[in-house]
Design a protein around this ligand. Structure first.
Ligand code: PNS
Length: 164
């Protein structure tokens, strides 16, 4: 039987507890999970793709069924290169729906073999986004319940001592 491989793509700039919650929920459902970090410098990420991959790899240590890679170009092409058919995306709120629905249908148009699976995070994370984590941290707010310790440390290194 072929291995069930799920790809969880995203910017992950940086990864937060809502993302980790989705990974935890997906892990038992698939034989392998690839966390695919979009390498797109035009989005001007705070963390380079190498840094984002490094952070996630450290967080996934000890979970051999999860691996992390960066990708560029079309997601469907990357998926084909990995023999994966399932895209996993978190749906936090209705506001996410339109964008996610568009992407799911476009990906299906590009490759009819691809299916998108939407997962709801724990309700405590429904408002958490990488953008807000960065903004709150930069302005001195407490993000300790929203990101792992490692990410908090890396944010501190990026923003310097002025932030928390
Ligand atoms: O975390 P994000 O930024 O919402 O993730 C968006 C992502 C990476 C899933 C999306 O931008 C993507 O798949 N980019 C790759 C390029 C591509 O395939 N574009 C067409 C998809 S409809």
């Amino acid at each position: 039987m072929s291995r069930r491989i799920a790809v969880y793509p995203g910017s992950f700039d940086p990864i937060h507890n809502g993302h980790l919650d989705i990974i935890e929920r997906c892990r038992p459902l698939y034989d392998e999970m690839i966390i695919a970090v979009l390498a797109n410098e035009t989005k001007k990420p705070l963390f380079s793709d190498a840094e984002r991959v490094e952070i996630i790899a450290e967080l996934m240590a000890g979970q051999p069924e999860c691996r992390v890679e960066s990708f560029s170009g079309l997601l469907v092409d990357y998926m084909e290169s990995r023999g994966a058919r399932v895209v996993v995306r978190g749906l936090r709120a209705v506001s996410d729906f339109e964008y996610e629905f568009q992407m799911a249908l476009m990906n299906r148009r590009l490759d009819p073999n691809i299916e998108t699976v939407f997962m709801a995070p724990a309700d405590g994370y429904s408002y958490v986004s990488s953008r807000l984590v960065k903004e709150v941290f930069q302005l001195g707010g407490d993000v300790s319940a929203l990101v792992p310790k490692l990410v908090e440390r890396r944010l501190r290194e990026k923003y310097g001592k002025a932030a928390r």
